[in-house]
Design a protein around this ligand. Sequence first.
Ligand code: DGY
Length: 324
Amino acid sequence: MVCIFVSRDTFPEVLYRKLSEVGLVKAYNFGKPAWLTVGIPKEELKRAAAECDAMVVFVGDIVDSEVLSHAKNLKIISTVSVGYDHIDVAEAKRRGIVVTNTPEVLVDATADLAIGLLLALARRIVEGDRLIREGRAYDVWGALMGSDIKGKRAGIVGLGNLGTAIAKRLLAFGAEVVYWSRTRKPQVEFALGIKYLPLDELLATSDFVIVSIALTPETRHLMSWEKFSKMKRGAYFINVARGAVVDTEALVRALREGILAGAALDVYEEEPLPHAHELTKFPNVVLTPHIGSAAVETRAKMAEVAAENVVRFFRGQRPLYVVE
Ligand code: DGY
């Protein structure tokens, strides 16, 4: 019997049924809500790799070469995420293990969050909420002046599906959208009327910089001090991609030195972000706990795609999305 391990009890029941068509499903912490599963212990991942034919994992479950060294019959790792930087894909491939992911279905939800963060920063929404809850006095006319979005330049770093969805939304707000990407996208430029700029020029001229680029060895710490120091003074910085695309120390320095008017982050180099981290000290920083795809409908679709990837694999068909 095929053994399918799921690292969190977060799948809608219908998907357990779907997975059960091709094997026996074992969920870590079965019956415990997913948010009470604060990361699965590594030992459990190792055990799953040793005992099961399939592993369904999530962002934050580190499937590294140590975990994979325990694999005996493991054939497929299906991650319920578009990102797969938590999996040692090269090592999995070397061992003949297929890795699948769930792109596309989470693009809109994540782009929505990027816009939410941008608005929260530009219009100081979180600061306003705090001010009222803390019962501080404020002048109804002069409090918390923010920034327009219309007419401002928004620079998107990384123009994949996510960057493109963010660009469309920003255009609807009347922003001028420019982008930088490792590969230039002339069709998207033409279709949306957006402009490509070299990264340094984008950083030097954008009022809002939104990072939506995947984490790869080449993009790790792409946003270094060298890059932050080139940013337009008073710009806002938003990251909804992966924390390690940004050198956190450099970001903190850019905030401290007043290069940035504010930053909004959904992702961190270390997740969960350690309690009382330096970033939490800035009133002009908005922090969310990696919730880009955390909408009920989107997460259900991601789970469905992840399950479909597994089902297809064991039926001898090609999964919907194989990480190449
Ligand atoms: C992903 O899918 O990679 C997101 O970061 C998690 O929602």
